[in-house]
Design a protein around this ligand. Structure first.
Ligand code: ACO
Length: 497
């Protein structure tokens, strides 16, 4: 059991936030340069224009449940957490395979051996924002009178696929699981959230039979930037009042800025946009220093400047050194896997951590911007613990994410022709019942859950590639046997590949 208890606390538990993290992405990708050629667009459009290098994707062997099963089990195993110690499990996703049954209930299969079914939380959905809502729910639970002293687990997962056309290259897939509790390594700043919510049709999924969204690309970019402005203004005002930041520049006061990343170029423009906000908010901008050459932009209005190239270029150039240091290290997964939707922002957090040592990030603060079309958006911040004692969880957290790059490098490149075939197969089969998937199992990473069958009543059966390496200590008894969802006692053999 965790060493803390609700009963021990007179007030709020201390330092609530992310204790541990785990990331999952598919074992195959398509190269964006090759995709440019295949799609017949000009060389550099996806790689330079949008800033993307590779895009992860799933065959018909993976669905939202396999992504979440895999990442949760890895989180629990790597951190030696007992399933009995989890009192809340929240899933944020926009990849729906059922309009009623939550992914959370499927994840309860992992809890069966522990006998713990006393686990609050279900799924939460609004485009790419669901993971943030799930995280806020988990934090709020731990800071509330409902808390019973146990950890929460938050999972953000999605398979991001677009119809053929200009949006397809901005897809991706993956999942991030976070263990949430007190005495955390990444502590959420209390009461300093800025939120903007609005009704808009920029990206939505009205066709229940399709995995693809309806997208108004330009409107979605405008809504993203408008939401960024709104959330930043609220966040900055609250942070100043709380004494977290000093002076008119939030950019100067905070160590890292992480964003939901539809594609990396938009993130660089977003960081520039924060500088524009700081600049317009500054009654005495320093034109001889960081704002040199920006004198002509003092009368810019935020509302009218979303696609103003002169404003964008000037502030992208002026903010470049800040971008390189405070944002770029967070873009590894976004650049290499693509837009994972709900996990995108948290993949950014994992990427940022994986680029630093414990000593480099101890005590540092990161601002996070979450955006989900439709729309829901929030800005909040986390502070990395400055407790560097040997027992501090920060060492384990940093170590556990240090292999992200080698894991990315260990993936298999797939030809765009085969990627296209896979997309067509998913289109034709993702809703079929009965259905036996045909995608290869042997190319999945060890420890990956996969879909083995959908029966005539749409019940999905999952199996797992036997884990190796770090997970070698996991014995067959720990690995969930494949089972039908409606009757978990119908267990068959562990799949060994
Ligand atoms: N070399 C270098 N740059 C190039 C080249 C080239 N050969 N060709 C084009 N570019 C640049 C363009 O100038 C443009 O740059 P800019 O944005 O700085 O002006 C950029 O590449 C993209 O080109 P566009 O012609 O604007 O791209 P298009 O309109 O075809 O599609 C879009 C881009 C709208 C992002 C599309 O991929 C899409 O709809 N994606 C999904 C929606 C999305 O991600 N929205 C963001 C927020 S909502 C969310 O998270 C889902």
């Amino acid at each position: 059991m965790p060493s803390f208890s609700a009963k021990d606390h007179q007030g709020w538990p201390e330092d609530v936030g992310i204790v541990a993290m785990e990331v999952y992405f598919p074992s195959q990708y398509v190269d964006q340069t090759e995709l440019e050629q295949f799609d017949g667009v000009s060389t550099g459009k996806y790689t330079i224009g949008l800033g993307q290098s590779k895009m992860g994707f799933c065959t018909d062997r993976e669905d939202i449940s396999t992504l979440c099963l895999t990442v949760v089990q890895k989180l629990m195993d790597k951190n030696s957490i007992s399933y009995s110690d989890i009192g809340r499990l929240e899933v944020g996703t926009e990849t729906l395979i059922d309009k009623s049954k939550s992914v959370k209930t499927i994840l309860m299969q992992l809890f069966e051996n522990s006998g713990n079914s006393n686990v609050e939380g279900i799924d939460t959905t609004n485009a790419c924002y669901g993971g943030t809502s799930a995280l806020f729910n988990a934090i709020n639970w731990i800071e509330s009178s409902s808390w019973d002293g146990r950890y929460a687990v938050v999972v953000a997962g999605d398979i991001a696929v677009y119809a053929t056309g200009n949006a397809r290259c901005t897809g991706g897939a993956g999942a991030v699981a976070m263990l949430v509790g007190p005495n955390a390594s990444l502590i959420l700043d209390r009461g300093i959230r800025g939120t903007h919510m609005q009704h808009v049709y920029d990206f939505y999924k009205p066709d229940m039979a399709s995995e693809y969204p309806v997208v108004d690309g330009k409107l979605s970019i405008q809504c993203y930037l408008h939401s960024l402005d709104k959330c930043f203004q609220i966040y900055s005002a609250k942070a100043r009042t709380a004494g977290l930041t000093a002076g008119p520049s939030t950019l100067d006061s905070v160590d890292a800025f992480l964003f939901h990343s539809p594609y990396c170029k938009l993130v660089q423009k977003s960081l520039a946009r924060l500088m524009l906000n700081d600049f317009l908010n500054d009654p005495n901008p320093d034109f001889s220093g960081k704002y040199a050459g920006l004198e002509g932009f003092k009368e810019v209005k935020l509302e009218g400047s979303y696609f103003d190239k002169s404003v964008e270029t000037a502030f992208v150039n002026a903010s470049k050194p800040i971008f390189e240091k405070k944002t770029k290290p967070s873009l590894m997964l976004a650049n290499q896997v693509g837009n994972m939707y709900t996990p995108s922002l948290y993949g950014g957090l994992a990427s940022f951590i994986s680029h630093h040592t414990v000593e480099q990030i101890a005590g540092k603060r990161a601002v996070l911007f979450s955006y989900g079309s439709g729309l829901a958006s929030s800005m909040f911040s986390v502070r990395v613990t400055d407790d560097l004692s040997p027992s501090s969880g920060i060492h384990k957290l940093v170590t556990s994410l240090s292999d992200l790059k080698s894991r990315l490098d260990g993936r298999m490149k797939v030809d765009p022709v085969d990627f296209d075939k896979t997309m067509k197969l998913r289109e034709q089969t993702h809703h079929l019942a009965p259905y036996i998937p045909v995608g290869p199992v042997e190319t999945l990473f060890p420890g990956t859950w996969y879909l083995s069958e959908v029966d005539s009543m749409h019940r999905r059966k999952y199996e797992r590639v036997y884990p190796v390496g770090d997970d070698a200590s996991i014995q067959a008894s720990d690995v969930k046997k494949s089972s039908t969802l409606e009757d978990s006692s119908v267990a068959s053999s562990v799949t060994v590949n």
